[in-house]
Design a protein around this ligand. Structure first.
Ligand code: BTX
Length: 319
């Protein structure tokens, strides 16, 4: 019951909910509601209570403030500097500005809401307040340009592994950069870099993870989902971010030293749509074929209708 009450407050974050509404919705007495709220306060939830209006959630243990994120974070460099906004246009834009001004490797920009979240190729990323993880982090890599192209794939493997470990479900990777569960997109990764052919000045890894949504706008309903919607868990964003940072940092040293090779098998194990016929749209052309696997460089291998193999470097998959 307490989980259900928690859920009502999280979903109506920052608005008043009356004890009466909760008691009707859950079919319990007003006294029972009050007792649960008292217990939630002990867990760290803070409420504002106003007579006749009810309770408003001010602060809950899932708030992703800088202090909370840093507490118990055991990484060496990822997240040592955290810039938090309650609202911002795009963490990706802010991260670019900070990177140009010389902030250190591993600096994280994170927000509770984005008003102009960016996807790839000028697309938008829907980033609702308090319902997901919207963050970008800055890397100053020592590796060469071609390896930088594989970092999106590497990040997808780390994120899918983290989600699997925490929520024991089959999170898959839709090549190159989306995490899927039960046929819908739960997370997207956007990698941007600044540099020249032989020297990368910095990279920005932007990650959006839908954690708490239970509904999506009309245009996303069929394609998007959240961890809560698919697993029934009410995820703790701090826990998820900290686990991800720890895994990323550990695996990153290996990626720096050995490249994508040690990770491509894991990527293939999680590859979404294996054996399915797809259309692959690129800027100037479209290819049709069946998804076979990715190779150790991260290229997607398709089997075309005449049996020939096509190796693809970039594009968007449509089923
Ligand atoms: P993408 O171009 O692969 O995916 C964008 C497409 O995904 C959109 O056109 C839309 O169809 C769909 N979409 C939009 N929002 C969502 C959502 N919340 N859940 C599921 N599907 C959605 C993927 O780009 C890379 C996204 C990176 C987002 C992060 S958030 C933090 C950072 N800051 C920023 O501005 N972008 C990155």
């Amino acid at each position: 019951m307490r989980e259900k009450i928690k859920e009502i407050f999280i979903q109506s974050r920052h608005q008043f909910v009356s004890g009466e509404e909760i008691s009707k919705q859950l079919n319990i007495s007003r006294t029972a509601v009050w007792k649960h709220i008292e217990e939630l306060k002990k867990e760290g939830y803070q409420f504002e209570a106003i007579r006749k209006r009810g309770y408003r959630l001010l602060n809950d243990p899932d708030d992703i403030s800088k202090e909370r994120l840093k507490a118990n974070l055991s990484t060496q460099w990822l997240g040592k500097e955290i810039i938090y906004f309650s609202e911002v246009d795009s963490t990706q834009r802010v991260a670019h500005e900070l990177a140009k001004n010389g902030v250190p490797h591993g600096t994280v920009v994170i927000t509770d809401e984005q008003t102009e979240g960016k996807g790839r190729l000028g697309r938008t990323w829907f980033s609702e307040k308090g319902k997901g993880i919207w963050m970008s982090f800055i890397l100053r890599p020592s590796f060469a340009y071609h390896q930088a192209l594989q970092i999106t794939l590497f990040t997808s493997v780390v994120l899918a592994n983290t989600l699997k470990k925490l929520y024991q479900r089959n999170f898959l990777i839709k090549w190159p950069n989306d995490i899927y569960i039960n046929g819908k997109k739960v997370s997207g990764i956007l990698t941007e870099m600044h540099g020249e052919q032989d020297q990368i000045h910095y990279m920005i890894i932007g990650i959006g993870i839908n954690t708490h949504q239970i509904t999506f706008p009309e245009n996303l309903k069929e394609i998007a989902t959240s961890i809560q919607q698919e697993t029934g868990y009410i995820p703790k964003r701090i826990e998820l971010i900290q686990h991800f940072f720890t895994e990323f940092e550990q695996d990153y040293s290996r990626f720096e030293g050995e490249g994508f090779m040690p990770f491509y098998k894991q990527y293939n194990d999680a590859l979404y749509g294996k054996g399915r016929r797809i259309q692959l749209k690129q800027v100037n052309q479209q290819i049709e074929g069946t998804i076979m696997c990715i190779d150790s460089n991260g290229y997607l291998i398709l089997q075309e209708d005449d049996g020939k193999e096509a190796k693809v470097v970039s594009g968007d998959i449509f089923f």
